[in-house]
Write a protein that binds this ligand. Structure first.
Ligand SMILES: [Zn+2]
Length: 228
């Protein structure tokens, strides 16, 4: 990507990019909205520059940082890859979780979105412990069985799954947690979401749906009786 001092409208030179928007969550085109002035870049020669794009789907501003590849007489060349300063938030049907678990799991997901994978693992441990307490007698065992099913369905091998299991089910102290990289954190995220889904969300949704069905049946029966 090139910024050129001689060219007037820089945002017409900068290409649009496709990205998952941190605001609306849509994978959308982003159009350049605010592009730094090449003359001042050529004067100060920063190693990294920031550009603001606008999401084509929701018009929100999206901040990206690019590393500079080279400075020449009139031109600034940027590397094509960039750092997203705001990452899309991880979503979950939080309202079905017990309050305590919800607070901890929200913070876990915030750590994940910020690429703090070990803070994420620690918060997953706390969220999981709180969930086992809420599930009561046998709760941890039930969650463990759900995790085993998830491993099987997703075809995750034992070696990859071992650190995930340690985070969620070991009874050791928090300082004994294994260090996770981004890939392992991603697996932990999906497995814990699945456990919470099976243990809380599924039951909550089903109970709510049945309540609604019963309500309409009773309404209808009530109407029939009153017209009879
Ligand atoms: Zn958007």
């Amino acid at each position: 990507m090139i910024l050129d001092k001689e060219q007037g409208q820089q945002d017409e030179l900068v290409e649009r990019i496709g990205l998952e928007c941190p605001y609306c969550g849509v994978y959308a085109h982003m159009s350049p909205q605010s592009v730094p002035n090449p003359a001042s870049l050529l004067r100060d020669r920063p190693a990294r520059v920031g550009l603001v794009y606008q999401c084509d789907s929701c018009n929100a501003p999206v901040f990206l940082r690019f590393a500079v590849k080279s400075y020449t007489d009139n031109r600034v060349e940027l590397y094509r890859n960039f750092v997203e300063l705001e990452r899309p938030k991880e979503r979950f049907a939080f309202s079905y979780l017990p309050k305590h678990t919800e607070v901890l799991f929200r913070e876990a997901l915030a750590c994940y979105s910020g690429n703090h994978f070990n803070a994420f693992a620690s918060m997953c441990r706390r969220a999981a412990m709180s969930a086992y307490d809420e599930l009561g007698e046998g709760g941890k065992l039930r969650a463990f069985e759900e995790a085993m099913v998830a491993q099987d369905i997703a075809g995750i091998d034992d070696k990859t799954f071992a650190p995930i299991k340690r985070v969620l089910f070991d009874s050791g102290e928090e300082e004994d947690l294994p260090l996770l990289n981004g890939v392992q954190a991603g697996i932990l995220l999906e497995v814990l979401k699945d456990i919470f889904y099976q243990c809380f969300v599924r039951r909550g949704k089903l109970t709510r749906a049945l309540k609604v069905r019963r309500f309409f049946v009773e309404e209808r029966t009530g109407t029939l009786q009153s017209t009879a």
